[in-house]
Design a protein around this ligand. Structure first.
Ligand code: PGA
Length: 250
């Protein structure tokens, strides 16, 4: 049984580096049209590429869908060519920003300490960081899941209860991202329960913890039924309006 508390379900799309002005317009229109007939349990959000934040803002303002970005600079401003600050994201009405997605950790060598500094930068302007953690298949095979997740969480837990209460954690096993291979609900729940215990140790047991990795309408219900899964971070399926809405309607 899920405790009834402030852990409102959140389904968040992550478009990654997909889309164009034209295809986004079609997708956003379809999502908005679908909202008229498809119920949304809890909150619905989209994290889009930086250049499309203005498009998301103008399409989604006043709708039931909030929006955000997929990364943020750890610095507030200055000579950081190519970076985008948290304040800039606020300028485009963002509510959310992903921090430390596994693709950024793997492809851009982001360390857990850097991820925490990005979360701090986001919190400083009132954005909600969605801090992503997750093990590789090698970690899982070596029975190292809790160790790896604990290491990734350490600098985040060090932020303290007040900051923790203003962020979200996303557990995304790397081996389940974009592979069609979802963690079983029991596998996911076990890690979510571990993360919640770690958070509770800092006085932040009510933080929302999303699951991510090949979530689709067909597997969302069994994931959401787990006591410590508070929603989903959805990649591929967020690019298909019906599928995305069907996940949110579960
Ligand atoms: P996926 O991606 O749903 O395509 O597996 C999830 C993510 O990387 O956030």
């Amino acid at each position: 049984m899920k405790p009834s508390n402030s852990r409102t379900r959140l389904v968040m799309g992550n478009w990654k580096m997909h889309g164009s002005l034209q295809t986004n317009a079609v997708l956003l229109d379809a999502i908005k049209a679908g909202l008229a007939t498809s119920p949304v349990v809890g909150e619905l959000a989209l994290c889009v590429p930086y250049p499309y934040l203005a498009q998301a803002q103008s399409a989604l303002a006043g709708s039931a869908v909030s929006w955000g970005a997929q990364d943020v600079s750890a610095s507030a401003q200055g000579a950081y060519t190519g970076e985008v600050s948290a304040a800039m994201l606020k300028d485009f009405g963002c509510t959310w920003v992903l921090c430390g997605h596994s693709e950024r950790r793997a492809l851009h060598n982001e360390s857990s300490a850097q991820v925490a500094t990005k979360a701090i930068a986001a919190l400083a302007v009132g954005l909600t960081p969605v801090v992503c953690v997750g093990e590789t298949l090698a970690d899982r095979d070596a029975d190292d899941v809790e160790c790896v997740i604990a290491d990734q969480l350490d600098p985040i837990l060090a932020l303290g209860a007040e900051s923790l209460s203003r962020l979200i954690i996303a557990y995304e096993p790397v081996w389940a991202i974009g592979t069609g291979r979802t963690a079983t609900p029991e596998q996911a729940q076990a890690v979510h329960a571990f993360i919640r215990r770690e958070l509770a140790g800092e006085g932040a047991g009510e933080v929302r913890i999303l699951y991510g990795g090949s979530v689709k309408a067909a597997n969302a219900a069994s994931l959401f039924a787990q006591p410590d899964i508070d929603g989903a971070l959805v990649g591929g399926a967020s690019l298909v309006a019906d599928e995305f809405l069907n996940i949110a309607a579960v």
